[in-house]
Design a protein around this ligand. Structure first.
Ligand code: PAF
Length: 278
């Protein structure tokens, strides 16, 4: 991959990169399509990264279907599908980690303490292997996107980052590879997540600014379904991830995580006071 990237760079081509763990859906293909508008050659990686899964998480059963992924990636215009093996990414005796220490401590980081260390480490390695000019991540993983932005800034990666909007099913459910774990009834109950975000947006559009009131509204909607167990409902500055008490001119991230059918789902929206008031 490094040799191919050197060759492409030598030809003056701009390399775009979309890292994934496979089990591709339309959300991933949106990342590819966005990437293609910003570069000459698009690389997508498929690598189920063991180090970002906790001991009791779903690494073993994470959906894997490389043939299907390859077909979908090609259909969306991927030029190079990069599928490294775990031993290549993590050579024997591997002992070097990349860790962001502030933004990673909250939200997902609280429930999954080693998760972001695994993400920042593998993304760094993939950046060094693919040598992209630009890379695309999804807003669906808002905290991950904020952490990668911070890491790129802190470590002086010469890479332009693009964040693609959340892709939703027609009924509002945010697309995720983990949605396939949901039962038929769980799939319906999971709609409470996007519904609660829409309620919060309406509340803010109607002049609501108080974070406690927004959190209560969202939690009430989630708890209305007995099948949903709330992990967190958080209102944070979208860049620093500092908690917000009152919405102001800054973009505020409303992020939620909940379990449905023992499957952990996350979703979010950005609340913008000025945009909504206009
Ligand atoms: O968002 C993901 O799918 C993963 O966290 C990533 C960025 C591919 C790293 O393994």
């Amino acid at each position: 991959m490094q040799q191919e990237s050197d060759r492409l760079r030598g030809e003056g081509l701009r390399i775009g990169f979309v890292p994934t763990m496979g089990a591709l859906h339309e959300g991933h293909l949106d990342l590819l399509r966005l990437c293609r508008t910003h570069c000459d050659v698009t690389v997508m990686s498929v690598f189920v990264n063991p180090t970002q899964f906790g001991a009791n998480e779903d690494f073993g059963r994470y959906p894997r279907d490389l043939d299907r992924d390859a077909m979908l990636a090609a259909s969306a215009g991927c030029d190079i599908l990069f599928t490294p093996q775990a031993e290549e990414v993590y050579p024997p005796g591997y002992s070097t980690w990349v860790q962001e220490e502030i933004l990673s401590a909250t939200l997902e980081g609280r429930s999954r303490p080693t998760h972001f260390r695994g993400v920042t480490t593998v993304v760094t390695k993939l950046f060094l292997m693919v040598k992209p000019h630009c890379a695309v991540f999804g807003q669906k993983d808002a905290q991950q996107a904020a952490i990668i932005k911070r890491m790129v800034r802190d470590l002086h990666f010469d890479i332009e980052l693009l964040i693609a909007p959340i892709r939703r099913e027609a009924d509002g459910l945010a697309m995720s590879s983990r949605n396939m774990y949901l039962s038929e009834s769980g799939r319906i109950e999971a709609l409470a997540l996007s519904r609660s975000l829409r309620l919060a947006e309406q509340f803010v559009a109607g002049g609501g600014r108080d974070a406690d009131a927004i959190r209560a509204l969202v939690k009430d909607e989630l708890n209305r379904s007995g099948a949903v167990t709330v992990d967190y409902v958080a209102l944070l500055d979208a860049e620093t991830l500092d908690e917000v008490d009152m919405l102001s001119g800054q973009a505020t991230l409303l992020a939620i995580a909940a379990r449905v059918d023992r499957t952990r789902l996350i979703d979010n929206t950005i609340l913008r006071v000025e945009t909504i008031e206009r």
